[in-house]
Design a protein around this ligand. Structure first.
Ligand code: PEP
Ligand code: MN
Length: 343
């Protein structure tokens, strides 16, 4: 449910509204727009159906939201959300981010080498997995905390915000000490305990779409994080399962404008996991920007044949640099800004 306040409402009236909501056992989130201020009521809407909220001074209207996601919805926040990732990098509302790095953190030298090259190419966020969700229990599972330390160190040296995956609610506290942004992978998109746990932190969360998740499933997962108090969720389209084996997954590019229509949250596209094919990544990256994406997430490795994870889909640093030139031209054409990193 959304409560629309009258223009010129007073802060006392707003407080009265939020106190009343809390009194009735609900939580709230205030959205101050340029034109209007809205109060989102969080809880089971059915219990509020007959409450005379419109009678509260300063309230203009009370609207039920038909969609099951509320805080994530366009109705709740009309303007696109913009989040600060650190080192002057923003995402959303015209700020495009370029996330790049290896699938897994493998060692300091190789991580530094890849990071330095993607930064020189124009990437403004560094990625790397320390805890890897591998399909086989016999595959490399990641360097763990040692890997987090390396990612933090390299991110600090190069002044790049970093993002790394969290797989388990028990890892949230540890990873929170190192990262700038959490990643929740496709396999964990509906790990509701994990969503609630990162929802209690203050860091942006890159939430990847599950392999068989609908657009509504993705937004409901975002809602878990938002309803736990963390307003900084970035949605990520990374391909869904299909019958066709010629690409790793099927990139749903329409998800970008589709999500933008339904939600104020920024949307990133990951053509690396979506296609699994370096030959398709450049065209799909450009298509993502053309579709309105707020970020492009690409795996880069300086020696893909030696990579411990996802080597076959990695771009070489020089292929990435070539692609960034094209992405920059397109971004300019689209009126988007890619925030530069400090030297
Ligand atoms: C990854 O980013 O390396 C990853 C495992 O992604 P996804 O969860 O999309 O498969
Ligand atoms: Mn990967």
């Amino acid at each position: 449910m959304i409560i629309v306040l009258k223009p010129g409402f007073t802060e006392d009236q707003l407080k009265h509204v939020t106190d009343r909501i809390e009194e009735m056992g609900f939580r709230h989130e205030v959205s101050r727009g340029e034109q209007r201020t809205l109060v989102g009521v969080i809880g089971d809407e059915a219990k509020l159906r007959n409450a005379p909220l419109k009678a509260i001074p300063g309230v203009e209207d009370v609207m039920g939201i038909l969609k099951p996601f509320k805080l994530a919805s366009r109705e709740f926040r009309q303007q696109p959300s913009i989040f600060d990732l650190g080192h002057g990098v923003k995402i959303g509302g015209g700020h495009l981010i370029l996330i790049a790095g290896p699938c897994a953190i493998e060692g300091e030298e190789i991580l530094y080498d890849i990071a330095r090259q993607v930064k020189a190419a124009g990437a403004n966020v560094l990625r790397g997995g320390a805890f890897k969700p591998r399909t086989s229990p016999y595959s490399f599972q990641g360097m763990g905390e040692e890997g987090l330390k390396l990612l933090r160190k390299v991110g600090d040296e190069l002044k790049m915000p970093i993002v790394t995956e969290v797989m388990d609610p028990r890892q949230v506290e540890l990873i929170d000490r190192y990262t700038d942004m959490f990643q929740i992978g496709a396999r964990n998109m509906q790990n509701f305990n994990l969503l609630s746990e990162v929802g209690q932190t203050k860091r942006p969360v890159l939430l990847k779409r599950g392999m068989s998740a609908s657009i509504e499933d993705l937004l409901m997962s975002a809602e878990y994080i938002l309803a736990s108090g963390n307003q900084e969720v970035i949605l990520c389209e990374r391909g869904i399962r299909s019958f066709d084996k010629s690409t790793r997954n099927l990139l749903d590019l329409a998800a970008v404008p589709n999500l933008h229509g339904l939600s104020h949250l920024p949307v990133v596209v990951d053509p690396s996991h979506a296609t699994g094919r370096p030959d398709l990544i450049p065209s799909m990256s450009l298509a993502s920007i053309a579709a309105g994406a707020d970020g492009v997430h690409i795996e880069v490795h300086s020696c893909p044949e030696k990579a411990t994870s996802d080597g076959p889909q990695a771009l070489l640093p020089k292929q990435y640099a070539e692609l960034v030139k094209q992405m920059k031209s397109l971004a300019t054409l689209m009126g988007m800004t890619i925030d530069p990193l400090p030297a």
